[in-house]
Design a protein around this ligand. Structure first.
Ligand SMILES: Cc1cc2nc3c(=O)[nH]c(=O)nc-3n(C[C@H](O)[C@H](O)[C@H](O)COP(=O)(O)OP(=O)(O)OC[C@H]3O[C@@H](n4cnc5c(N)ncnc54)[C@H](O)[C@@H]3O)c2cc1C
Length: 582
């Protein structure tokens, strides 16, 4: 990569797992110079993550890879709780797509990571250095100096997870960058060097994970098409479908069962036989592991950030570990980008942990609850669970909890802890992810809204040009941060026919019709009528949703919050908030 300043890179990412990959895409697309140091000389081919959700698909969409990744996914796959007699206790498989993508998609992690890695080739500004491990770093007010060397101990890709000595000379080198992101997994060296502790719980219950590949020409999983939590007190288990004949089973160990015993081929065969014909599958991996529910105490130290498993470790029962890392990457990327481009002060990064931590913790908590529901091994307690859920399903609360997925934490930041104007009422849109409707453009084509709002801030008017009440200097500021302007209208409600209707679209405005009235309903639910304006952040969370007459003040507040060091002079902060909130 060409060195164009005193820095070798804008950002160094340590680790090319799902978190590092998505972050490299987000920053690469924004044109920043990125160096990724990945310890493993070769791609680590073992599957871990199998599931992702609509929020992450939206992130993949933002970097133009969703369509490609979707080719190797099982979309809209229901998840269900199954009793030992095979009957379905409850099912989760909502088909509505508030964020524009299916809620439940299953993938094969090596496919996902290989695609993401290959697709990075389109960014000449992103350099991937495999077989290089970060060993230390130091930072000052302007930069981080990262020390790295040829990997000494590499992770074996067989089922044992053991390390092997590479025998390479160290070849220590240094990189000077403006920021370092430690996306280097649960045993993060970046976190260790910062002396940041993880708090939470290590769970003692071990599980056996078995990854299978159906043999060529076989057709042997018709009877287990969906994701199953087997609520079987004799042996709680999980069955995960994946594309291309890959399949995973997980079995909870009973007290006294050892790792050695469980990983024996004959034991694995015995457990598999309950669900499939083992002769029709090749066992790709069998491994006993325990899981962690841990959170790093701090996610940032000046110019160094932690993301993904380096910042939080999530038990796999909700399939949210990698997804949490994807969310971190998306949250960090636009903030780092705005800072590097001089559009925001470094203080913008203060909101990274405050926004993401509560959501990541909520995912950890629900994953533990899900494990508790599934892994009951006392027959009496299991019966009580089954009866309780069956009775509960008659009530809207429990029905929605399971069927509509209300158990899953929503993408809503904690009140008072996000970058945005205050949430004025319970379930208000500020600090929450905005919907992504399918809209109809002027060419009569259907489009997902994010493809129009783009990578920067966007002002979305509800049946209005969102600039209608803004001063020219405010529009100039918005233009300077690359803002886009969209008028979302009811379907069939474009301006038409009357003599006062302009014959050309106002410059810089995109007018679209909301095909399922999703965004217009969202405005109405927020108590906002036609003529209102939403300020959407680059990551599609709402900064504010305000009436037309509040729009000028809300944008000024955005400016103040982006660049507090330069703009303290614009009224007092309290005064501005006051105008907006009352
Ligand atoms: C059995 C199982 C099932 C799971 N199922 C799901 C699921 O369905 N859905 C889901 O979302 N999540 C799931 N997870 C969790 C998911 O796999 C992890 O949360 C995810 O891989 C974390 O991504 P990451 O990029 O943060 O870290 P990692 O995937 O751990 O990647 C970190 C990278 O950093 C590299 N690295 C480490 N140290 C250094 C160093 N010093 N220098 C340079 N590079 C370094 C590593 O080689 C690695 O490539 C599952 C996990 C397990 C174990």
């Amino acid at each position: 990569m060409k060195k164009t300043s005193n820095f070798d890179a804008d950002i160094v990412i340590s680790g090319l797992g799902p978190t590092g990959l998505v972050l490299a895409h987000c920053l690469g697309k924004r044109g920043h110079r990125v160096i990724v140091l990945e310890r493993e000389p070769l791609f680590y081919g073992n599957a871990r993550a199998v599931y992702t959700d609509d929020e992450c698909m939206r992130v993949f969409q933002s970097v133009g890879v969703a369509e490609e990744l979707q080719k190797n996914m099982l979309l809209d796959t229901p998840a269900q709780w199954v009793l030992s007699d095979g009957s379905v206790l409850s099912q989760y498989g909502p088909l509505k797509q508030p964020f524009g993508w299916p809620h439940i998609s299953f993938f094969y992690q090596p496919y996902l990571e290989t695609s993401l890695s290959d697709l990075l080739a389109k960014y000449p500004n992103v350099e991937i250095c495999r077989g290089r491990e970060v060993i230390d770093f130091s930072q000052d007010g302007q930069s981080v100096s990262i020390e790295h060397r040829a990997t000494q101990e590499s992770r074996s890709s067989d089922h044992s997870g053991d390390s092997i000595n590479t025998g390479l000379a160290e070849d220590i080198q240094h990189i000077r960058a403006r920021y370092l992101v430690g996306a280097d997994g649960g045993r993060s060296i970046v976190r260790e060097k910062l002396g940041i502790k993880m708090t939470g719980k290590n769970f003692p219950e071990p599980w056996l994970v078995v990854d299978l590949k159906m043999k060529d020409g076989e057709d042997a999983i018709r009877h287990i098409p969906y994701f199953n939590f087997y609520c079987d007190p004799d042996c709680p288990a999980v069955s995960c479908p994946q594309p291309d004949g890959y399949h995973r089973f997980e079995f909870m160990l009973k007290p006294g069962q050892t790792k050695e015993y469980m990983e024996k081929p004959e034991t694995v065969r015995k457990y598999l036989s309950k669900y499939v014909d083992p002769d029709k599958f090749e066992v790709k991996r069998r491994l006993v592991y325990t899981f962690n529910a841990l959170m790093a105490e701090r996610w940032r130290d000046q110019r160094v950030l932690l993301a993904g498993d380096a910042a939080h470790m999530t038990p796999q029962f909700m399939g949210q570990g990698a997804s949490s890392g994807v969310r971190d990457a998306y949250n960090i990327a636009w903030k780092l980008s705005a800072i590097l481009e001089g559009k925001a002060d470094d203080s913008l990064l203060d909101s990274y942990q405050t926004e993401r931590q509560h959501h990541a913790q909520a995912m950890i908590d629900i994953s533990v609850l899900m494990k508790d529901i599934v892994s009951i091994s006392s027959p009496v307690k299991a019966l009580a669970r089954n009866v309780g859920i069956k009775l509960g399903l008659a009530t809207p609360f429990v029905r929605d909890f399971f069927y509509e997925g209300k158990f899953k934490p929503s993408p809503v930041y904690k009140k008072g802890e996000y970058f945005g104007l205050p949430r004025r009422k319970r379930n208000g849109p500020e600090g929450a992810m905005s919907p992504q409707p399918e809209v109809r453009n002027i060419l009569g084509r259907r489009q997902l809204l994010d493809d129009i709002t783009g990578d920067n801030f966007a002002l979305v008017g509800y049946e209005t040009d969102p600039r209608a009440t803004l001063s020219q200097s405010t529009v100039d500021f918005l233009d300077s941060i690359g803002c886009r302007y969209i008028n979302v209208m009811h379907y069939g409600n474009r301006p038409q026919n009357k003599p006062n209707v302009e014959r050309s679209t106002p410059e810089g405005l995109v007018e679209v019709e909301d095909l399922q009235e999703q965004m217009t309903t969202w405005f109405e639910k927020a108590g906002k009528k036609e003529g209102s304006v939403a300020i959407l952040r680059p990551d599609k969370f709402s900064f504010a949703v305000v009436s037309a007459k509040q729009a000028e003040t809300a944008v000024q507040q955005l400016k103040t919050m982006m660049l507090p060091s330069q703009l303290k002079s614009y009224k007092g902060e309290e005064e501005v908030l006051d105008v907006v909130t009352h």
